[in-house]
Design a protein around this ligand. Structure first.
Ligand SMILES: [Fe+2]
Length: 316
């Protein structure tokens, strides 16, 4: 019987790949963002101890205007260039897609009322969010992926609509995986708070320039992480709209909402491998093992930051 063996929050700043200097990426760095890169190292070590067949990745940077799309080509190979940071990320990728699983999730989501489509263009260029998160999880690209787009429902309609749609997409993902014979790791590819600097340092990896963009968004990030560590997925899901509004959060893409729903809102505590900033944004590397870890006895200690807290002093 198929199973979701883990779910991970895996942020995709291209800076992390840049700082790793892998052979696939052209620019070279001296160092940078070590806490986050060591967090990914810890997560890779953790995932290496479990048996899994495929990564299912939802990315904010594959933004589809009509419906949720799924990669539907068995092999995709090209160069990905970050449109904002071409100086940091020019990455040659060569990946495999688990097309049958993608087709089944696509069909089941449609049955549940979502607009869905398989992407069949063999020359399609895979977005850098999918590539960065997958690279940081498996630099050798050993496992195939399922790639899911972000419909952008939060922007077009509102966060409540996005939450509802992602709940259904999560349900479809769960049902199909459990009916398959595959062991799957889910990947929500995004940062938490997303206010960021608008000027790059002369040396991008100069860590004397790196810090959270605004204290208010840091407090919100800590609230989200506290709920993850407490295993309170329902409260975490419910707070996502306010969090997103107050921090310009990349949760706007729906990845975390989808993943929590697909894992049936786990009550086990998540393992936080790292938290750190990239150009001022808040990034957490987090792992859920919905079937293995014991329920948490932790309870949230701090209050939810006020909706009216002034974070307007900074502009992303
Ligand atoms: Fe992003």
């Amino acid at each position: 019987m198929g199973q979701i063996v883990a779910g991970v929050l895996a942020p995709h700043p291209p800076h992390l790949v840049y700082a790793e200097n892998p052979p696939q990426n052209e620019p070279r760095s001296e160092c940078g963002w070590e806490v986050l890169r060591w967090g990914y190292e810890s997560l890779r070590e953790s995932l290496s101890q479990i048996d899994y067949d495929v990564l299912v990745v939802q990315s904010p940077h594959w933004r589809t205007y009509v419906g949720t799309h799924f990669l539907g080509v068995p092999e995709l190979k090209s160069k990905s260039v970050d449109p904002i940071f071409p100086n940091l990320f020019r990455y040659n990728y060569d990946l495999k897609v688990e097309v049958p699983l993608a087709e089944q999730i696509c069909s089941r989501a449609a049955e549940l009322g979502l607009v869905t489509k398989m992407m069949r263009n063999p020359d399609f260029r895979v977005d850098y969010g999918t590539i960065v998160s997958t690279h940081m999880l498996q630099p050798g690209w050993e496992k195939p992926i399922v790639g899911i787009s972000s419909i952008g429902a939060a922007s077009y309609y509102g966060m409540d609509v996005m939450q509802e749609l992602m709940q259904k997409l999560g349900q479809a993902t769960k049902e199909v995986i459990e009916a398959s014979d595959l062991k799957v790791v889910l990947v929500a590819s995004h940062s938490l708070s997303h206010r960021h600097f608008v000027k790059e340092a002369e040396v991008p990896e100069d860590m004397s320039r790196e810090h959270i963009e605004h204290h208010g968004q840091y407090l919100w990030d800590m609230k989200m992480i506290e709920l993850m560590k407490a295993g309170d997925s329902k409260a975490l899901f419910d707070i996502i709209p306010d969090f997103t509004e107050q921090t310009v959060g990349e949760t706007e893409s729906g990845g975390l909402s989808w993943m929590l729903s697909a894992m049936d809102f786990p009550t086990v505590p998540a393992k936080v491998h790292a938290y750190g900033t990239v150009i001022g944004t808040g990034n957490a590397i987090v792992e859920w093992r919905p079937k293995e870890w014991r329920p948490s006895k932790l309870r949230p200690q701090t209050s939810v930051p006020s909706k009216h807290e002034d974070v307007s002093g900074s502009k992303a």
